[in-house]
Design a protein around this ligand. Sequence first.
Ligand SMILES: [Fe+2]
Length: 299
Amino acid sequence: MNASTITPRVHLNTLSESDKKKLAKETYAKKSYFQDVFKHDHLELECQKFSLSFRNEIQRILIEKNLVQDQVPLENLHEILSDEMKAYNFDDGVNKISTYFYETDDSFMAVYHQYIKFLRENFIREPFWFQKTATIRIHCPDAKNSHHYPRYHTDISYGHPPEEFNIWLPLTQLLTGHGFKTMSVPLSKSILEKFDYDYPKFIGAAIHERLFLSTCDALATPVSTAFGKMLAFDSRCIHTGMPLSAHTRVSIDMRILPLSQYDRMHYEYQGLGRRKILFTPGHCYHEQHSDYFLNTIGK
Ligand SMILES: [Fe+2]
């Protein structure tokens, strides 16, 4: 089956609020694809070659886009970036320096597609859709509006399909911490249960309620994935970025949707952000699935 032969789906936003909550409850009640295949809700994997390649690509693009004049270790980037580059937009938690990486170039994309091939051969043993453009984040210490973070969420609560899972890859050393925290599926479930699986209510509390924030702070675990490894996790895990204390963290994140899961989805999903992106091939996901790269890229 391919994307064009799939029966049209119901758009999630056409569901009533109570049906959305029912669906969310079902999502947390069952065993996910991720748990089924990988037997955990978090998993670390070796990918040293790609950590190094991505890091080199970021350093090259920083110079080519005239964002820095000389090459510095990415961990020290905050020392040479202007306050304006580092400051977060309080609403979406994005800083200006990261926006320069919304678009990369052919060289970066070639590495990314090799990485997709690597994932297909070594990790996900079936064809999958993948995020067309990986998200590159550059988080700096002492940046204006750092108090945007923590912003506890799941990508599902921002509109992503629960059939996805997340991949997160540090491109800097752990040093005093990556400024990234996650929770297990059981803990995430216990939290969503308290909100009767109402995602907007959960997100609202995560932004505005101090007491709820300290509960999340106590339950979430700092991610300590070493440079050279990647972290994959169940999309139901609550997670957040945190303010950085002493060094710059650069990371890449992306989402994977196995074709077997996509083909059985009953709903069409759409992001809640500014772009209102559709979670379909050719929109959020690359128009070609993993096996195109498996078969077209040389070793
Ligand atoms: Fe997220």
